[in-house]
Ligand binder design. Structure first.
Ligand code: LLP
Length: 431
């Protein structure tokens, strides 16, 4: 929470700006991003590699939060970009993101997506499955183009994280298995095609990971494979992409490493493995999403109704919920929050915080200690910068929230609040 403070009025500030002012000016629910913190996170990764003199690409996983303004900041910080859909690629194009630094993921890339990627000559396609190899071959032939690619493999490593967001184990919809020879079969197919330049391997072992063992184990598995392919096919990888997953602090129970420390561990292990197997040291690519934006935003809500069930629980309800933050309902994710207009007041009121969707599971927090709460108070939920807005929905026909960036004492609206007209924009009459 380094980007927030409490001012003389007892109000929470972010990037030096009183959040009650922002709530009044833009309405709630409101996402407020501290751009300085986004830059600091980006720099921690980028400089981490620079200081160790290691060629690297830090690709911002835009699924965490994609908007034109956000991608402009990512561009300014020299990040590359990970997109997983035509929509994310379209946003990158609109943000004028350098296409040679865009990497495309996806376990079911469509013809349209691949064609868009080829047409814009993006930096790299991360090949996920056999169907995609075939499509790519056809499309590259048809358009007489070639492309750089990585092969996404599942190294069979389980990160210590929530089941729903495990992607690196063998029983996964993503990538080619290393264990059963599918990765090698894919490798051989790709190597036969001169239009696909295979730059190296990719793996992603999960998300919100605090320990580095998983990364180390994954790197060892990748190098066993590379050593094997070097011996049998003379292959040397130019790039090793370790994906994202670097954990952040949501509550005080979370103890993430400094971002630089993750970099150090990756660099050390990759350098050692390359040395051990007498292989060239590959460029290191990573794809952090959450670690770039997660701790940079807060969500502001206005408190409304209250329900007190004696000897059971108190509920306060806010003017948003699972439509702007589905993570508590979907992953039992924990957050911390305070009353932004009573930020230094003594906390005596124990309560749960409910959303306003018509669904019992629409809860933001189950247990929070606050000062005495009244309707109209502003609740600030911390660390909502990743997978909040980007996973938001129109359930119950709630318009999507607005997003504001603050930097150098200035606030700037970067995503308008949706209007009711926006909501019915695609509705057609049946009368
Ligand atoms: N690279 C790949 C291939 C990924 O699948 C992901 C996330 C990332 C990078 C970025 O991971 P990060 O650094 O943000 O952990 N909606 C879930 C997280 C899903 C992550 C999916 N893949 C959540 O809200 O926790």
């Amino acid at each position: 929470k380094q980007h927030v403070e409490i001012n003389d009025l007892d109000h929470l500030t972010i990037g030096g700006i009183d959040v009650t002012y922002l709530a009044e000016k833009y309405g709630t629910p409101l996402f407020v991003y501290d751009v300085e913190q986004i830059r600091a996170n980006a720099k921690a990764f980028v400089n981490g590699f620079k200081e160790l003199n290691i060629p690297a690409q830090v690709a911002y996983a835009s699924k965490a939060f994609s908007s034109i303004a956000m991608l402009q900041v990512a561009k300014q910080e020299g990040l590359s970009l990970d997109v997983v859909s035509q929509g994310e690629l379209y946003t990158a194009i609109q943000a004028d993101f350098p296409m040679d630094k865009v990497h495309m993921h996806g376990n079911n890339k469509s013809v349209a997506e691949l064609e868009m990627a080829i047409e814009h000559n993006i930096g790299c396609i991360v090949i996920d499955n056999f169907h995609e190899i075939q499509l790519l071959e056809e499309l590259l032939q048809k358009h007489d183009r070639s492309i750089h690619a990585l092969l996404r493999v599942t190294p069979g490593i389980e990160a210590h994280t929530h089941d729903y967001i495990l992607t690196g184990n063998e029983d996964s919809k993503f990538g080619f298995d290393l264990a059963n020879g599918q990765a090698e079969e894919a490798f051989k197919q790709i190597k036969r095609n001169s239009r696909i330049q295979l730059k190296g391997l990719h793996c992603h072992i999960g998300s919100q990971i605090f320990e580095t063992d998983g990364f180390v184990m994954a790197i060892r598995r990748l190098f066993e494979t590379l050593a094997n392919w070097h011996e049998r096919y003379g292959y040397q990888a130019d790039v090793l992409n370790l994906g994202g997953g670097f954990g952040i602090r949501y509550t005080k129970e979370d103890e993430p490493l400094a971002l630089e420390s993750y970099v150090e561990v990756l660099v050390k292990e990759i350098t050692e493995q390359a040395h051990y197997y007498k292989l060239n040291s590959p460029e290191i690519w990573i794809e952090p999403g959450r670690a770039i934006v997660g701790n940079t935003a807060i969500t502001l809500y206005t408190v409304g109704s209250k329900k007190e069930i004696p000897n059971v629980r108190n509920y306060i309800a806010i003017d948003g919920g699972m439509t702007d933050n589905i993570r508590p309902a979907l992953y039992q994710a924990k957050y911390d929050a305070i009353l932004a207009n009573k930020a230094a007041r003594e906390k005596t009121y124990q309560t749960a915080v409910a959303g306003k969707c018509c669904e019992s599971g629409d809860m933001l927090l189950w247990d929070l200690l606050l000062p005495e709460v009244e309707p109209g108070d502003i609740l600030a939920v911390f660390s909502t910068g990743a997978y909040g807005y980007s996973m938001s929905s129109h359930y119950n026909r709630f318009p999507k929230a607005a997003v504001v960036f603050v930097e150098n004492g200035h606030d700037k609206l970067v995503m308008r609040r949706e209007s009711y007209q926006d909501l019915i924009r695609n509705d057609l009459s049946y009368e």
